[in-house]
Ligand binder design. Structure first.
Ligand code: SDX
Length: 428
């Protein structure tokens, strides 16, 4: 590979360093381009632009490969736990038994939230969207942890905020669900591991003992692992750029939650189920909806299909699709929309429109079917995506801070009105 690129503009030429990552990704470093040439690059949506160098997650969209800190997602989904994967993403290595125990102990002893946080819960309309509540509540945690607002926090102080956030987010997510039902919240119970505790707070009742089904615990671990990180996606880029202004961790994660909410991003898992239900209510004619998805005059998109980076199968979708069959069988759940989803996938993957555009099922296509089988309402699906993505957001925010990256501030090409003078209103 050449160590530089040459840019020729008119009779001038500029040498730009070329760099290669550990997995063979190549980039042209343009960080000095404007100083050298007076030009900036333009790449709306950053489809061809690298924002950083990162050692956290590698994915190959053409080959459908995803690895966290070098470990293939297939191995982690099969053999690891969500908290162990969280440790791996945030600290860079798989923990020893003692390190994992300490991590879990610290987290379990920070799961309580300040009782005054309940005033925020009580302030939301009962049917307000859980993602709007979650973004507000996570941002509100900064008010209860004023030490997190200081600049130049020590590594130990940052680590304490990381532990608190991972711990309290599971409590907050379960309480959002309980509040949506008008049920009393369930407090965390330190005898449980992280995922069991979350399920206990979510589905448990004050009036009787509740021990989550091991099948459900295992399925939740797998789903949370699969969502844990995905390099520089929309919400992670949001977390990094907000954190680059030296905003605190809670504010940065709150911004990431808002970005994830969009139906083109994490909100797709809710949109997929709503789409499948629409198809079911319309008689289940998948060909009709495939035609709508292809029709440029029709705003309908096949939610859960396509991806900015994956131009092959999303490896997470493969794992979730298999888990769908296993979990629904183990739970004895029949879900007609699963059959519709499988028919949609089958038809789409044979249709030239989808094949030419390399549109494959993504992580959101099947995940909602499992969440629903586990007992979650549709509007909670993206909140569960956020709970899974939290360690990745934290790891990326931490890496950005440790690398002392500058505040993010993209340039633009101005195409508006050129110079003109103010006119009095009676002259317009
Ligand atoms: C996530 O980035 C990440 O890593 C995200 C994520 C993560 O883990 O963080 O993986 C999670 O967000 C997964 C994606 C969830 N979103 C959806 O399922 C929504 C449906 N999909 C899309 O809207 C779309 O595919 C995107 C937003 C995911 C990607 O959009 P791009 O890369 O900007 O591609 P595009 O919109 O330019 O589409 C290219 C072509 C267009 O057709 P032409 O103009 O070339 O004729 O493909 C078409 C699009 O119209 N197309 C679709 C389609 N997705 C793209 N047509 C019908 N249905 C679709 N779903």
């Amino acid at each position: 590979m050449s160590d530089k690129a040459q840019l020729h503009i008119g009779d001038q030429s500029f040498d730009l360093p070329a760099i290669e990552g550990t997995e063979g990704e190549k980039a042209i470093d343009i960080s000095k381009l404007r100083d050298q040439s007076g030009y900036v690059t333009l790449d709306v949506g950053y489809k061809n632009t690298g924002a950083t160098k990162s050692a956290i997650t590698f994915l190959d969209g053409e080959k459908g490969i995803l690895k966290y800190r070098g470990y293939p997602i297939e191995q982690l989904a099969e053999k690891s736990s969500f908290i162990e994967v969280a440790y791996l993403l945030i600290y860079g290595e798989l923990p020893s038994e003692q390190q994992l125990h300490n991590f879990e102990y610290e987290i379990s002893h920070h799961t309580l939230v300040h009782e005054d946080m309940k005033k925020f819960f009580d302030g939301f309309p009962s049917k307000s969207h859980p993602m709007g509540q979650l973004s507000s509540l996570i941002g509100a945690l900064a008010a209860f942890n004023p030490e997190s607002l200081k600049s130049g926090l020590t590594a130990d102080a940052v680590n304490l905020e990381i532990i608190k956030l991972i711990a309290k987010m599971s409590t907050i997510v379960s309480w959002i669900y309980k509040k949506s039902l008008g049920h009393p919240v369930i407090y965390p119970w330190n005898k449980y591991d992280y995922v069991t505790n979350f399920l206990h707070m979510t589905f448990g009742q004050r009036t009787e003992d509740y021990t989550p089904d091991p099948v459900v615990v295992s399925a939740m671990n797998t789903l949370l692992i699969l969502h844990a990180d995905h390099e520089q996606n929309c919400s992670t880029s949001t977390v990094r750029i907000v954190g680059s202004s030296d905003a605190n961790l809670y504010a940065s994660i709150s911004a990431g939650i808002s970005a994830l909410w969009g139906p083109l991003h994490g909100g797709a898992n809710q949109a997929v189920i709503e789409m499948l239900e629409q198809i079911k209510a319309d008689g289940g004619d998948t060909d009709k909806f495939i035609a709508k998805a292809k029709d440029k005059n029709d705003p309908f998109r096949l939610m859960g299909f396509g991806h900015r980076v994956y131009k092959n199968f999303d490896p997470r979708a493969k794992i979730i699709k298999k888990a769908c069959d296993d979990i629904l069988a183990k739970l004895g759940v029949q879900d007609e929309v699963l059959d519709i989803a499988k028919r949609l996938e089958e038809v789409a993957l044979q249709d030239s429109y989808f094949v030419e555009r390399k549109l494959y099922p993504n992580v959101d296509f099947y995940s909602g079917i499992i969440y629903r089988a586990l007992g979650f309402p549709t509007e909670m699906f993206t909140v569960l995506f956020a709970l899974g993505r939290l360690p990745g957001w934290i790891a990326q925010w931490k890496e950005m801070k440790e690398n002392k990256e500058p505040i993010g501030r993209p340039r633009q090409i101005y195409v508006g009105a050129t110079n003109r003078d103010y006119t009095e209103i009676n002259n317009r």
